[in-house]
Design a protein around this ligand. Structure first.
Ligand SMILES: [Zn+2]
Length: 354
């Protein structure tokens, strides 16, 4: 008759004199539970940090253990097209309050096809893909809206802004299309997406500085130089894998805060020194842009509306889709604002403005 003995964290099973199995285990980790509904909204969620923390110093982390538990039945790697629930996917794929419609470990071919299939990222892809196609198709027309006496630098800064916006939309489209492929793909495309945000911030701030300080070339050069330097760190930093690890959190926050402050300083500098420029409806468009960015940040951070009804907005109408729409609206308002400043600038008497 086999004998089972549990003492001092050691489980001993003795079958007979020759067979004795000993297993040490951590009893502090042993919990008793009954089957029941798990609160899916409390599951860990995806982030570049959770993806990367899994292989820091080669340690097996809770993230990896959880992933192993979830995927041992089907194995990792490419699999037939199927959508999963939140508690069926690893946490690096999970979005808080989104309970169904997940893709996981898809091939790149499946990802491209998924642009035309229904899942919880379909509208996140479409919102920025449509913006990308519209921006590319209208690029020439957008530059042609400049006045006939626009010079080569006017055309250059507007072209750079349109290219920056297109890059941001394109990077975001690629991220939302391909991140379910693997943790490595998630990191690669998340980095590209982050760089795209910095590119748009750089292009947006440069075009405003260019017009506000057109008559002060030294001040303008200093501001634009600082803007390019700060945002270059934000653009190139994510290319290094370590950038998204917890150790670089302070630097990441510093770079984003620095570029945000740098976006505001030239504007306030000009307004305090020279007052509001009489440039058509620029203030209306600038106000709209601020409202769109703040509105986007609000729904993004509050996870509105899915927070109030988890599972209801999995496919249509969750916060990330709204966030994308607000970004597109803000980018369009910024372009309109810059066009107003341009018309004022080439309209004559510009440098006579006090
Ligand atoms: Zn996005």
């Amino acid at each position: 008759m086999p004998e089972v003995l549990l003492a001092n964290s050691t489980l001993t099973v003795t079958a007979d004199d020759d067979i004795k199995i000993e297993a040490k285990m951590d009893l502090s980790a042993l919990t008793l539970s009954t089957p029941g509904e798990k609160d899916l909204t409390e599951l860990p969620v995806k982030s570049a940090e959770t993806v990367l923390s899994s292989d820091d110093e080669g340690k097996v982390t809770d993230v990896q253990r959880e992933e192993e538990r979830l995927w041992t039945s089907e194995g990792k790697g490419p699999r037939p097209w199927k959508l999963y629930k939140a508690d069926e996917v690893p946490d690096w794929l999970r979005e808080r309050f989104i309970l169904t419609g997940y893709r996981a470990y898809t091939t790149y071919v499946q990802n491209w096809r998924s642009i035309f299939r229904w899942h919880n990222e379909t509208l996140n892809i479409h919102t920025h893909l449509i913006a990308l196609i519209a921006t590319a198709a209208a690029a020439n027309a957008l530059v042609m809206r400049l006045e006939p006496n626009a010079d080569v630098w006017d055309r250059t800064v507007f072209s750079a802004y349109i290219a920056g916006a297109a890059f941001c939309f394109g990077a975001s489209t690629l991220f939302h299309t391909h991140f379910p492929n693997s943790p490595e793909a998630f990191h690669t495309y998340c980095s590209l997406d982050t760089s795209g945000v910095s590119v748009l911030i750089m292009a947006s701030t440069t075009i405003i500085c260019y017009h506000f300080f057109y008559c002060q070339p030294v001040v303008r050069a200093v501001y634009i130089g600082l803007i390019i330097a700060a945002n270059s760190v934000g653009i190139l930093g994510p290319l290094w894998r370590a950038w998204t690890t917890p150790g670089f959190r302070s630097l990441r926050v510093a770079v984003f805060l620095g570029s945000a402050v740098l976006s505001c300083v030239p504007v306030f500098h000009y307004l305090i020194a020279y007052g509001f420029p009489p440039a058509g409806s620029w203030l209306l468009y600038a106000g709209l842009m601020v409202v769109f960015y703040l509105g986007g940040a609000f729904v993004y951070l509050m996870r509105f509306p899915e927070r109030w009804s988890p599972g209801t907005f999995d496919y249509i109408g969750h916060s990330h889709t709204f966030w994308h729409c607000f970004i597109v609206a803000a980018a369009w308002s910024h372009y309109c604002c810059a066009i107003e400043l341009h018309r004022w600038r080439v309209g004559g008497e510009y440098c006579a403005h006090p």
